[in-house]
Design a protein around this ligand. Structure first.
Ligand SMILES: [Fe+2]
Ligand SMILES: [Fe+2]
Length: 140
């Protein structure tokens, strides 16, 4: 059982973005799998998801900036909100220990529900604009 499975519905046909999105799915499933192995494993997997998300969202934010998106638009704002949630769960696990593992149980399905919506709306819009403009992220 995985929290979130990769399906073709998640593919945006922007190779760089799709590779990153597969990594998000893997990192989220790693948190789900680690949760049952206790606090240390959950914290380690959560750090992996945070590291991934900072790079993933930072990359998309840079592409948006280079394409002339206003910095205050809702796509980067949604990235910031998710990072805040991840950091808050991390702080609570560090402070409260095992007793805060229930937050991970709540966070994983919430992120598994959020991610396909985000990918199919905000990221899909960005991928479309990148294609229209002939923007090549690998070179930039
Ligand atoms: Fe994304
Ligand atoms: Fe995004």
């Amino acid at each position: 059982m995985t929290a979130l499975a990769w399906t073709d519905a998640l593919a945006l046909h922007q190779p760089c973005m799709d590779d990153t999105h597969r990594e998000f799915v893997d990192a989220l499933n790693a948190v789900d799998a680690a949760r049952g192995r206790g606090l240390a494993a959950a914290l380690q997997a959560l750090q992996g998801l945070i590291d991934h998300s900072e790079a993933h969202f930072g990359q998309e934010d840079r592409w948006m900036a280079e394409l002339g998106f206003e910095p205050g638009t809702c796509h980067p704002a949604q990235h910031r909100q998710i990072l805040e949630v991840l950091h808050e769960v991390q702080r609570r696990l560090q402070r409260e220990g095992e007793g805060a593992l229930g937050l991970v149980d709540a966070m994983v399905p919430a992120l598994a529900e959020w991610f396909p919506m985000h990918a199919q709306s905000m990221d899909a819009g960005l991928a479309l604009l990148m294609a229209e403009r002939g923007y090549e992220p690998a070179a930039g």
